[in-house]
Structure formats: structure tokens, C-alpha cells
Design a protein around this ligand. Sequence first.
Ligand SMILES: Cc1cc2nc3c(=O)[nH]c(=O)nc-3n(C[C@H](O)[C@H](O)[C@H](O)COP(=O)(O)OP(=O)(O)OC[C@H]3O[C@@H](n4cnc5c(N)ncnc54)[C@H](O)[C@@H]3O)c2cc1C
Length: 416
Amino acid sequence: MRVLILGAGVTGLTTAQSLAAEGHSVTVVDAETRAGRGASFANGGQLSYSYVAPFAGPGVVGKVPGWMLDPDGPLRFRPQADPGQWAWLISFLRACNPTTAEQTTRRLLLLSMLSRDLMREFSASAAFDFAFAPAGKLVLQPDAAALAGARRQMELQAGWGSAQSALSREECLALEPALGGIAHRIAGGIHTPSEDAGDCRLFCEGLAQSLTRSNAAVTLQLGTRVTQIIRAEGRVRGVMTTAGVMEADAVVLALGTGARALARPLGLALPIYPLKGYSLSLPITDDAAAPRISVTDSAAKVVYARIGARLRVAGMADVVGYSTALEEQRLSTLIRQARAAFPQASDWRELNPWAGLRPATPTGLPILGAAPGHPGLFLNLGQGSLGFTLAMGSAAILAAEIAGRPPPIPLDGFRL
Ligand SMILES: Cc1cc2nc3c(=O)[nH]c(=O)nc-3n(C[C@H](O)[C@H](O)[C@H](O)COP(=O)(O)OP(=O)(O)OC[C@H]3O[C@@H](n4cnc5c(N)ncnc54)[C@H](O)[C@@H]3O)c2cc1C
């Protein structure tokens, strides 16, 4: 089958890999001139298979006003003249209840465990380096109440395959001595040894290169903007692009936050809105002062991962529209938080700041599978804060769907 994949981020490229492995002829189209230039460029680098509980959690509604009033808070909202933003927010608030959050967590765990198995298999024989490391992860809790809540979540997930343990402050420090500077802010933490980390940009670039080099069936068509999805005789037949018409037997929409505008003329209302986040990539200048394990400061909602010789710091979830401009105030908050946590890890001269748009659905569940009412169109979208983590499993699901096989996990809740 001739398959067009729209989007050369981590979602589109892993889909290309799965489809090429099944013998399809694949073309990946992207507006950027290199792969992995969207949200996949400098994300947190965490392959966070056990931390998939959605942002839309039961306690969130009560916390939102406090976060909004705090200029350093992890969440920011700026109203836009975009009904999509309001519709997203209303659905998000509706999803903030225990039943939905628990159901979403269960479903995401199935997808993340599938992704973990596939990523481990892939990394064991990958033909390129993407700083993959079985780093493990420690999620720090600031006080006894937060630690008790994290323990409850850990116990819930234990029944669904997550192997985690609760640690005291002393045990956290013994596990990760670089945390000494913020010991006073730690009540304890949840440790998950089975989490990984890697460089998502290197992964995308390496995958794009190795797919096109080793497989004549994969073509990359970069620097090409998709302007329209073409429907004729009752099915999707291809796309209109800045380089002309491209025809295909199947089209996979993997455009991250770019998908909503393109799907709208087909009458498909995709519940995806950008959650803007920031990252820093700090050269590590004192090895012992930088964490080896991936760390989440859950009070500040900032994550730290060692990626090769750099410390990647990522945080913020701003509902402020589609701009990726670096806002000075948000950036300085992130720098201040990181510097307070790991002051000696870097000399703080080179920060490599970046902002990206997480393609988020209100519930946190990605949208996977055939597009309803549009034969020939398939969706692989909305992985939100977990796009690197969930990429491999999502791609395997798309390959099964296109081949007409039963999916490797149940797709309840994932379909549009
Ligand atoms: C600050 C931050 C930290 C994060 N941390 C993590 C983490 O630690 N772990 C994790 O798993 N996930 C993390 N994420 C989430 C993850 O980065 C995303 O979910 C993932 O990158 C989404 O991949 P994608 O391929 O769907 O989208 P993208 O990478 O955005 O790719 C979409 C592509 O579509 C292209 N495109 C859009 N519109 C068009 C068009 N009309 N025509 C042609 N091309 C178009 C874009 O150029 C882009 O290349 C983080 C995200 C952010 C912002």
C-alpha cells in the first residue's frame, strides 16, 4: 500500500518505521526542513512509562486558581479568540474527576507498557545513538500529604503492572546524592527503576536517516507544507501540499498541534490544543552535582533528565495559543527553579532555552485509529506530555489498524 504520513515528529517517524517493516511504501511529509523540529525537538527526554496519570486529575480543579495567581506556577492561561481553546478547557475540567482519571491511567498504562517493550527491543539494536539510558526515575514529593497521595497512586498502579517503591527523604538522597541541595524540600519520593531516558531529537534524526538509508520504501519529503486533505469518490485519496498534489492509498495524520486546522474542513473536530512548555539543555560541568536518575520535582512540576553530557530541564504547561516564542518571565522561572535544585551541575553560561507545543487532548488519551467517516484516513495524535514515551506503541497500533488486524491493546477510549 502507498501510505502518506503527515508529520516527521516522533509520532510520524515511528509510524513510518512500523509501516515500512510491514512492506508498505511510505512517504513522510513535513513543513520543516529537518525531522523532529516540532514538539519532539528538546522535550524532557523522559520515557516515563509508569507516570502516565493524566494532567486532568481529581485534585487539579482546586489547585488551578492558585497556580494561575502565582507568576511562577506551572500552569498559565491566556484567553484567545479561539472557540477551540474554550471547548478544550471545558472538556479538560469535565475530565478532572477520579473515575475518568483512573480509567485514563489504566488505558495509558497499557499503551506505555507496549511502548516500553518495543522501545527496549529497538534500542537494543538501534543503528544510531540517541543517548538512550535505562536511567530510572524518582518523583519527589514536598510534604507528607503529597507523599501519601503518591503512595495511593503507586498502590493503585501496582495492580496494573507498575513496579515502584516509596522512599523516605534519606533513601532518596542515598539513591541520588546530587539532591543534597534541595533535601529540605523533600518529604520522600516514588522510585521507578524501569523508566528510561533519551534524546528525542536525536531519535527522530537517526530514525529518519536510517529509514531512508536502509529502506528504499521510505521517502522523506521535507520543506513541504500540507494545505489540504483530498477526498474523492467517498474516501481520502491524498493531500494538497506546497509542492503539489500527493496521492496515496492511506494517509496518516501525525501533525501534532498542526492537525486540528487541517482536519476541520473534513468536519473532524479534533480535541487537541497546545500545552506550551519550556526546556533548558545545560552542559554538565560538575558530573557529581548532576542527577544520574531522572528526577521530577512534583511541587514545581519540573523534570530533570541526564541526556548524554547535558542536563535537560523541562516544565510549564501554558494554555496560551500556538506561539512558540520564548517568554522571558516563564524562562527565568524555569532557570531559577533548576538553579536552586542543582546549582553546581552546570556553570549556567549555556542554557539552550526552547519552547514547544504539546499536542494535548483534554483527557490525556491520544487519538488513535481510523478517522470515522473518512475511509483512507488514519489518526495518530494527541500524545500530549507523553509523545516520546507512547510513540512506539501508538505506531504499532496504527500499523495493525491499517493492515486490518486486531490492535495489540484494546482501543476503547482511544478512537475519535
Ligand atoms: C517542554 C516539553 C517537555 C516534554 N517532555 C516530554 C518527556 O519528557 N517525555 C515524553 O514522552 N514527552 C514529552 N513531551 C511531549 C512530546 O515532546 C510530544 O508529545 C511529541 O513530541 C509529539 O510528537 P508529534 O510527532 O506528535 O508532534 P511534533 O513533534 O510536533 O511533530 C509534528 C510535525 O508536524 C509538522 N507539521 C505541522 N503542521 C504541518 C503542515 N500543515 N504541513 C506539514 N507539516 C506540518 C511539524 O513541522 C512537526 O514536525 C514534552 C513536550 C514539551 C513541549
